[in-house]
Design a protein around this ligand. Sequence first.
Ligand code: 13P
Length: 284
Amino acid sequence: MLIPTGQLLQKATAGGYAIGAFNVYTLEGATAVVTAAEELQSPVMLQVLPSALKIGGRPLVALCHALAKDATVPVAVHLDHCSSQVLTVKAMIWGVSSVMADGSELPFEQNIQFTQYVSEIARGLGAGVEAELGRLSGEEDGIAVHQREALLTSPEQAEEFVEQTGVDALAVCIGNVHGHYRRTPELDFVRLEKIRQRVDVPLVLHGTSGLPDELIDKAITHGICKFNVNTELRRACLKATEACFNEAQTGQQPELTRIMEESVRAMKEVVSEKIKLFRSAEMT
Ligand code: 13P
């Protein structure tokens, strides 16, 4: 069943678990997420990036929508990391349950204005809004500590930002990075605790791929109720596809349906593993 994002996140916060928000690009990815969630009786989120939406457009949202509607578990559909006002509005009209208005590259005041604009339209269209404060990329873990500090979410600014923008969820930067962790990940739980004390909307952690189990567990205990997962799913899909090519007879190509089946299986494994770590199994 298709459920508003806010409802999923509020319930997770109250229940002491987190929702897995998995980036999907195709039918295979979305099927893997929903079938894993159904098997484990877990609520879940399907999320698409603007890069995928530029290719898939409305049909990609419709595909996620259809799978969500038919699912036996609660599913929300989300637009991830969007810095384009036009695309966020389009995606909401196409039916996503929520959007991430990503103004994190902008100076604080401009990020507030950008997010206020998206929030106002989202309210009119009945969609939820997630925003990010601080900056997170795939590169931050290779830089000096004082530079890294400047990119982390300030608890004081978080309070002001949420008050001024009325967002429904806030993505925090506490040492998490997208993609590859070049060294052992360290999350600033003291900072997370301070943010939690000042902000009462659900908190989100991006960059979950590669985070050790104990950090995920601790993050939930400290108030994270949505984890974004992309890289591990993509890798599983590509590895499964590569294996299909490798096992094909010399001079032959694998069946496309075999690649579809194998990539669903591989991505489903990743999703199931994460759902268990997020404590959301049996939480429907
Ligand atoms: P990973 O690619 O590190 O899992 O991060 C995903 C993410 O945060 C998408 O918004």
